[in-house]
Design a protein around this ligand. Sequence first.
Ligand SMILES: [Zn+2]
Ligand SMILES: [Zn+2]
Length: 380
Amino acid sequence: MQRAEGSVGAMKIRGAVLERTSARAPFIESAPVTVCELDLSAPGPGELLVRIETAGLCHSDLSVVDGSRVRPMPMLLGHEAAGIVEAVGSDTPDIGIGQRVVMTFLPRCGACAGCASGGRTPCVPGSRANNAGELLGGGRRLVRDGVEVHHHLGVSAFATYAVVDHRSVVAVDDDVPPEVAATLGCAVLTGGGALLNSAKPGAGDRIMVVGLGGVGMAAVLVALSEASDGHEVIAVDTVPEKLALARELGVHAAYTPAEIAERGVQAEIVVEAAGAVRAFETAVAATAPGGTTVTVGLPAPDARASISPLALVAQGRSIVGSYLGSAVPARDIPEYVRRWRAGRLPVERLISARVDLADINRAMDDLAAGHALRQMIVVD
Ligand SMILES: [Zn+2]
Ligand SMILES: [Zn+2]
């Protein structure tokens, strides 16, 4: 489907629309998401039409469904995906038709104070657009029965096609398979970024990851990909199957939170990726003197933790928040691709199931139950 610039019109797509927030599980019964036909506008200036190849179901999707992240409704979900560019608007100098791209959840305008921070704080117009359910260029490209549907984090990838700003994607070569490419865009970018951008481990530091969801397990993989620096990697979760997988992936030890408390296991770098208060408290307690706790999970806005300020002072410890892995996608994704290509970052191991778009409510139940890592949504 080669089309010249500007010649593409609006098109019909199929997508998964979240109708209302704060739905109760089981979602297979409350059915907050409907798969339906929508109209997708042609890409405007700086925008791309992308045929979605695959999309990962992430905990941040679930957070919108259950209402712990408040977003405007209705919203076409999905923010971790890979696809092929099928048409381009004007002003997309670096990306051509046929290019495989990784979707990223935080567009970067390249011109604001956030973008100048090197990933430490998010892009200001990008965050504003995400909160409004719009693309970086402003407005929405999705309409259903005459009513606009909001974009999820500038992507909305649980669909056959998406129109996205070119600053919401990173190009990858054809040898990177779609499922690998997709996971690099959220799970690996976030979990790996918490470690490499926020914690910045020194040689010989022990690295512990608390909470082995997609992001946490990706942090484990990235920690192991650093193994040449002699890091000991410790995985912590309450679910035995996840600890077993972490052992298979090559961690040096895997424990439940109770076991690390009992045995006094600590690490210089502790990444908390569960987004729960108890996991955060576990992570802080397990941080060795002089060490750093990095928290990348997204707990509910009203969550409060109990920690000892004196223990921070007396032991010279730090707590660092890492929003979305302090990632700069255009800088970080090529590094993860290099590690994957060298066989050091087997992100395929994060994929726990493949699910038809039509079964997305059931997939949300599996994710909420805590036994899914990355379920890849098959859109065609
Ligand atoms: Zn995500
Ligand atoms: Zn910016």
